[in-house]
Design a protein around this ligand. Structure first.
Ligand SMILES: [Zn+2]
Length: 114
């Protein structure tokens, strides 16, 4: 059985695996080994990864003066001043979607952070 377009959309996979941003059909390939992937065969996996930087607030030294704290904030703002909104976002949050063939998925899932 092959996926229909409507079924793929309902499953939320359409944008991830069936078309590119321009709506053109794309050939699916395993992101790890490059093997061709065929929708509807159950032979590959969609892996969604969301990475979020440590959301804990910074530790503030109670002995640090307000001037030292202000200087530290100013230094951080200086570091960020020339970065684009996307670059700033990439420093704290990344979302990836990978397609892996069955063989690569089985190897990866057992050791995703070597
Ligand atoms: Zn593969």
């Amino acid at each position: 059985m092959r996926w229909t377009q409507a079924a793929a959309i309902r499953r939320g996979f359409y944008n991830a695996v069936m078309v590119d941003d321009a709506g053109e059909s794309i050939e699916l390939m395993c992101h790890r080994c490059g093997a061709a992937l065929t929708p509807g065969t159950g032979s590959f996996w969609i892996v969604r990864i969301e990475a979020v930087c440590d959301p804990s607030p910074p530790t503030i030294d109670p002995d640090e003066s307000i001037e030292e704290l202000a200087a530290e904030w100013e230094r951080l703002l200086d570091e960020m001043r020339d970065l684009s909104e996307q670059e700033l976002m990439d420093q704290v949050h990344r979302r990836l979607t990978l397609q892996l063939c069955g063989r690569c998925y089985r190897e990866w899932i057992e050791n995703p952070a070597p």
